[in-house]
Design a protein around this ligand. Structure first.
Ligand code: SF4
Length: 486
């Protein structure tokens, strides 16, 4: 079994101290076959970005290597998202664009395996194979650990689509490669998947299935490997991440707060974030973690969706606007500089002027550093899709009004940080020569002169100006090398 080799126990705290080591080799590491090119197009959320990376890892032992374009690829995967408006039709349009490439490859004597993955694949299933019979594989989000087997079946039987959209009883995470590479100094780690909350506008419970939390031990192992591979920041992912309740090494169950406490013990892991949270699952321990765990960054995406109790009830959010206000007050008491982000749906069926005014009032009261706001659009198969829709123009006007307030709040938040000195994790090169781009604790992109700095450094930076979607800054001090590399 792969796993951290060196665990020192802190007897006083009763916690494991985890040192990062080279990942162990696995017995079942497959030999690399002849190289083939793989293009994955990812739509939607960070969970899909994570899933795409894992699909690439699952296919690597078969010889597949990522390429930048689908033009001459041996395999193309569309990792789809059902959250997008008219998502299904957009998938078929994209398939129509890929078909000539597939034909060209066939004409040259080759083969392009075309796969549709993700939530649209889960929702549409056999319909994709019926409308686009040139698609070789349709696989849902719970089955991508079986991709090698599907590729083998598709290779053996060209023209007979392979469909895998069930929710297997075995946990897919147990069947994925244990070691992971890291592209850069930040990494995602999927800790939880699926959802049991059934908000009336959302497809996730139908496409991702019931909530499942990964065992803590395998998460500690994966996080340790990520840090060994160069990650300095890890974002824990889940559709309902703070509902996490994974099996613990001692036979009990860990909450997200407990998991974060253990992850924070990994040497070299400087920053932790998590997304997406439900306000209902923000328990005392998690709120305290924002106060007590230095690695947990003071930025939290906590969707409220609406400020109207009536609309929140119709959405089946299981909370009121005041419940949200109380959670935010407790969070801010624990971590006064916490920057908040949220999602909003405007024009939900039945939303009145008064309901919308309640949303604006909540936004003005809370103050958001960042937000994502959308006009409501129905998702097939969800309860809200059966309700009479609001007028499009009304939805558009309300959205514009809300976004004006949210934009002003974002500008005010960024302006308030100008002049402050904050630690910035350098993530990548900027567009201009010598420039580097990093991220502040509040998740703001920061551009700065890279002289004497390296990707992966965490550098004390004075924020000097607000730009359109980022900030500029100037390094004022570097952390000592000993601090930078634990
Ligand atoms: S809690 Fe989030 S993922 Fe679950 S149904 Fe509601 S919106 Fe969808």
């Amino acid at each position: 079994m792969a796993g951290p080799r060196d665990r020192k126990w802190d007897a006083r705290a009763g916690r494991k101290r985890i040192a990062v080591n080279e990942p162990e080799a696995r017995d079942d590491d497959a030999p690399t076959a002849g190289l083939k090119s793989l293009f994955i197009k990812t739509y939607g959320c960070q969970m899909n970005v994570y899933d795409s990376a894992r699909m690439a890892e699952v296919l690597a032992p078969l010889g597949y290597r990522a390429v930048e374009t689908p033009d001459d690829a041996d395999m193309v995967i569309m990792n789809t998202c059902h959250i997008r408006e008219k998502a299904t039709e957009k998938v078929f349009s994209e398939l129509g664009r890929l078909r000539p490439l597939q034909r060209r490859k066939e004409a040259a004597g080759g083969r392009m395996i075309l796969a549709v993955a993700g939530c649209v694949a889960q929702a549409e299933g056999a319909e994709i194979l019926r409308r686009a019979p040139f698609v070789d594989i349709v696989l849902g989000p719970q089955t991508y650990h079986r991709l090698p087997e599907m590729v083998a079946r598709a290779t053996r039987a060209a023209g007979q689509g392979v469909l895998e959209t069930d929710f297997p009883t075995e946990a897919k995470f147990d069947h994925l490669p244990r070691e992971r590479g890291v592209d850069g100094v930040t990494a995602f780690l999927s800790v939880q998947e699926g959802c049991d909350k059934f908000c009336t506008f959302c497809v996730v419970p139908y496409t991702r299935g019931a909530e499942y939390s990964r065992p803590a031990e395998s998460l500690l192992r994966e996080a340790t490997a990520l840090v060994a591979a160069g990650a300095r920041e890890i974002t824990l992912l889940g559709q309902n991440v703070n509902a996490y309740h994974g099996a613990a090494p001692d036979g009990g169950t860990w909450s997200l707060a407990r998991l974060i406490a253990y992850l924070a013990e990994i040497d070299g892991l400087e920053r932790l974030r998590y997304t997406t949270s439900h306000p209902r699952d923000m328990d005392d321990a998690l709120i305290a973690a924002h106060r007590d765990i230095a690695q947990l960054m003071p930025y939290l995406h906590l969707p409220v969706q609406s400020g109207s109790d009536r609309v929140l009830a119709a959405m089946n959010r299981g909370m009121t606007g005041d419940d949200y206000r109380k959670v935010v007050a407790r969070l801010r008491a624990a971590r006064p500089d916490l920057a908040l982000s949220s999602d909003f749906i405007v024009g939900f069926p039945g939303e009145t002027d008064r309901d919308f005014a309640d949303t604006l009032a909540l936004v003005r009261e809370i103050g958001f550093a960042q937000a994502y706001s959308f006009k409501y659009s129905p998702r097939p198969g969800t309860p809200a899709a059966l309700e009479p829709p609001l007028d499009e123009a009304l939805k558009r006007d309300r959205l514009a009004e809300l976004q004006a307030v949210l934009d002003a709040q974002k500008i005010a938040f960024n302006d308030a940080t100008v002049g402050r000195v904050v630690p910035v994790l350098i993530e990548k090169a900027g567009r201009h020569p010598g420039q580097l781009v990093g991220r502040s604790p509040y998740s703001q992109p920061v551009h700065l002169d890279g002289a004497g700095l390296e990707i992966g450094d965490i550098v004390e930076t004075r924020l000097t100006a607000r730009l359109a979607n980022s900030l500029s800054g100037a390094a004022v001090a570097r952390r000592a090398a000993a601090e930078r590399v634990a």
